[in-house]
Design a protein around this ligand. Structure first.
Ligand SMILES: [Zn+2]
Length: 145
């Protein structure tokens, strides 16, 4: 994926100050070193907004990690945190992690369904959807190739 300036975008986790009182950690963003700009991953926008809406209209001083609210942010965190992983393996590792996470969620899904726990089922469904929309946008680990 490229910026308007043709520079390849890099995937990073940033701490974003949403307002004077609200700080969000580990937000996956696409960064252009050249323009010094960054933007949210498109599929994450609605989930980030939902998290902020949950805080209400006048939140006190608060900070949270996107990894607690979004499966994809969690996977990206795990991949980037592995300092032993060479850059050219990052994309493969990312795909492995996604697949592993989806399989885990599917196991939980069957369990939750067996227990007829509707709340849990819908929670898992949402977490699965967070992982399923992203792959086309995700060609950023390969940025320099
Ligand atoms: Zn740029």
């Amino acid at each position: 994926m490229k910026c308007n300036c043709e520079q390849s975008l890099k995937l990073e986790l940033r701490t974003v100050k949403y307002s004077r009182s609200v700080t969000i950690r580990h937000v996956p963003v696409l960064v252009c070193d050249q323009c010094m700009t960054y933007e949210l991953i498109p599929s994450m926008r609605s989930d980030l907004k939902r998290c902020i809406d949950l805080l209400g209209s006048d939140p006190g001083k608060t900070s949270f990690s996107m990894t607690d609210h979004h499966e994809l942010a969690g996977v990206i965190y795990d991949v980037l945190a592995d300092e032993d992983c060479p850059d050219d393996r990052l994309h493969a590792k990312f795909e492995d992690e996604i697949e592993g996470r989806i399989n885990l969620l599917l196991d939980m899904y069957r369990l939750a369904e067996g227990m007829r726990d509707d709340q849990w089922v819908s929670d898992i469904r949402q977490r699965l959807s967070q992982l399923s929309v992203i792959l086309p946008e995700m060609n950023v680990f390969h940025a320099d190739v």
